[in-house]
Design a protein around this ligand. Structure first.
Ligand code: SME
Length: 157
């Protein structure tokens, strides 16, 4: 696939995400539909899900997702890639999860991961977590795209 095709796919997906947000409905249904769009739309997104941030308990709680079931339904800040992103309040791109010391594995098939925080009025409200079965699957194009998705999702959190 060429870079131009790649960009077109992401632009189309982003437009579908925005339309789904605009159409409204129960929040978790909308979030699940967005997981489905991203999971089905981009080949290397093998698990797509949201974690909600409970700032007072410094805890992440699993929200809607598409992909294999995970036992990591609650993640304390600081633990794993998701907990580290919450603690640092920043996106984390992990090209090789086997090199992360306190990695929380969902499946032995996962090789790389991307976590994008979602901010609402300056507070971190959630994270969008993407796992890939491909090593070093994520790049700048994912960062820009997922930042835009996070901006759209922030409207309903
Ligand atoms: N791998 C994550 C845990 C969540 S699962 O990928 C769904 C982590 O290390 O925080």
């Amino acid at each position: 696939m060429t870079t131009a095709d790649d960009r077109a796919v992401r632009e189309e997906l982003l437009s579908q995400v925005r339309q789904r947000v605009a159409r409204g409905g129960p929040r978790d249904e909308v979030l699940k539909a967005i997981c489905r769009l991203l999971h089905d739309g981009i080949g290397h997104y093998d698990w797509v899900g949201f974690y909600f941030v409970d700032g007072s308990r410094e805890m992440l709680r699993l929200g809607p997702y598409v992909g294999a079931p995970t036992r990591h339904v609650k993640i304390p800040f600081g633990q794993g890639v998701c907990g580290l992103a919450a603690q640092k309040r920043q996106a984390l791109m992990v090209p090789d999860v086997f090199k992360v010391v306190n990695y929380l594995s969902c499946s032995p098939r996962v090789k790389s991961e991307f976590v994008m925080p979602i901010f609402v009025r300056g507070e971190m409200a959630a994270e969008l977590d993407i796992d890939s079965h491909t090593l070093d699957a994520f790049g700048e194009r994912d960062k820009d795209f997922l930042e835009a998705v996070a901006g759209a999702v922030a409207e309903i959190l």
